[in-house]
Design a protein around this ligand. Structure first.
Ligand SMILES: [Zn+2]
Length: 120
């Protein structure tokens, strides 16, 4: 492949990814996880069965602190969608960044023309 083809391929791919970055408002940097526990009630179905499952959302804050909040069952599918949307957005941003590094490496980035000086 000649370099012009490669350059236009990279730029087309970048444009595709940038369109994918046109993100919905509904995304969330977190993960959904579930925990199963027994409540301790002797007559509860969980005493013999598989326990109560509770879902949580966990996220990390700058500095490494982790926050967890519980999720009502009816919000679990929604939470999973928002988390998936964030990951997809992030993957696209990382790919664009990799393409842009390649464009700089090959000097396929045009410097911006300096803004014309206004007449004083
Ligand atoms: Zn129970």
């Amino acid at each position: 492949m000649n370099t012009n083809d490669l350059r236009s391929r990279l730029e087309r791919r970048r444009a595709q990814l940038a369109r994918a970055l046109n993100a919905p408002e509904t995304f969330l940097r977190a993960s959904v996880f579930t925990r199963t526990r027994r409540c301790g009630g002797a007559t509860c179905r969980c005493a013999k069965g598989k326990g109560h499952t509770t879902a949580y959302l966990a996220t990390n804050h700058p500095g490494g602190k982790t926050e967890q909040i519980s999720l009502p069952p009816d919000l679990v599918p929604e939470a999973r969608r928002w988390v998936a949307a964030y990951r997809s957005w992030w993957r696209s941003a990382e790919k664009i960044s990799a393409i842009n590094l390649e464009l700089f490496r090959r000097r396929w980035v045009e410097p911006r023309k300096p803004a014309p000086r206004g007449k004083a």
